[in-house]
Write a protein that binds this ligand. Structure first.
Ligand SMILES: [Fe+2]
Length: 331
């Protein structure tokens, strides 16, 4: 009898844990008026407490019809497998994800893209202003309601796209797939109270409240920084050899011959191997050639037992040139 009671109790208490998991809105990370004057407090309040909250409520209602083991639990998995769901799940899962994302990439604190992100923007678009022009054009060109995005595409390049309604580039059937790092809501509910039909004015203003720390973090999470060895192994090898010489030159000059000949070998390998396409230029060809000559010169100074002042000057010259080369490679 006791076992029967225990079994019944276990069944009753297990119900909440096996029933469908509800999605909930994260708290807005700033006050409704925090993005004033660019986005007004009333718009933010209605946008968060009515529109976004509505997507969450309707998503939970749409998913309640599906058995728990017949649906994905994570919002990103729902988006990935969106083709197997109906229109209500599509619109509201997209609506929930897009708004949660949108709040996270806005901030009242004005900042700027990280050097790493800025370097990718400059390489791909020429400047941040060019990217702004492209994104605003995509946002203005989106007929009716939708979103404009900067994504990291499957080739790990930045790309500007737009999607209709609450679609997004994480959806499995999206024509352009990728991971968003920046998105602009161009539904009228995002701007109409302050800007009425002037979507262009809203788009100009929103650039004052982008959370570049978060956007930069998302970029780096999706496009991890390469090590020097991964970018240019013969330069990494040379640089390590040079570090050893810098360390020894002050402490144990007798060891220098062994290491300067190693440096000369590293320089030969560096000058023989092709410069990676990302850093190839006439200036780089000249710098690498100079590095080869300076390394040979240092080796000769050591063998001739030249004065330490001459040797240290030669090392300093090499060091300056390597720093110069690395600043290009690391940007
Ligand atoms: Fe919205």
């Amino acid at each position: 009898m006791n076992y029967l009671k225990l079994g019944l109790l276990a069944f009753i208490f297990s119900i909440p844990f096996t029933s469908f998991a509800q999605f909930v809105q994260k708290p807005l990370p700033y006050a409704f008026n925090a993005l004033e004057p660019y986005i007004d407090a009333t718009t933010m309040e209605i946008h968060y407490t009515k529109h976004h909250a509505g997507y969450v409520k309707n998503l939970n209602a749409a998913l309640a019809n599906i058995p728990n083991d017949g649906r994905d639990q994570k919002i990103t998995d729902i988006l990935k497998n969106i083709a197997k769901y109906d229109g209500a799940v599509r619109n509201n899962a997209g609506g929930h994800y897009n708004h949660e994302f949108f709040w996270s990439i806005l901030s009242p604190k004005s900042n700027k893209p990280s050097d790493y992100l800025m370097s990718a923007i400059n390489k791909q678009f020429g400047s941040l202003d060019s990217l702004k022009g492209l994104l605003n054009k995509a946002a203005l060109g989106r007929f009716g309601s939708g979103w404009a995005w900067v994504i990291v595409n499957p080739q790990l390049k930045l790309e500007v796209i737009s999607t209709p309604l609450q679609d997004n580039p994480l959806m499995g059937d999206a024509p352009k797939k990728g991971t968003p790092i920046l998105g602009i809501d161009v539904w009228e509910h995002a701007y109409y109270l302050k800007y009425q039909n002037k979507r262009g004015d809203y788009l100009a203003a929103i650039w004052n409240v982008f959370n570049w720390d978060e956007i930069s973090r998302l970029y780096e999470a999706n496009v991890p920084k390469l090590t020097l060895d991964q970018k240019w192994s013969s330069l990494a090898n040379y640089s390590a050899s040079l570090d050893k010489i810098k360390e020894l030159s002050a402490k144990d000059p007798k060891q220098m011959i062994f290491h300067t000949s190693k440096l000369t070998d590293a320089a030969k390998e560096l000058t023989k191997s092709p410069i990676p396409a990302d850093y190839a230029s006439n200036a780089m060809t000249k710098n690498i050639g100079d590095l080869g000559n300076l390394s040979t010169n240092l080796d000769q100074l050591i063998r001739k037992k030249a004065k330490s002042k001459l040797i240290n000057n030669a090392i300093a010259q090499i060091n300056d040139l390597v720093k110069n080369i690395l600043s290009t490679v690391n940007n």
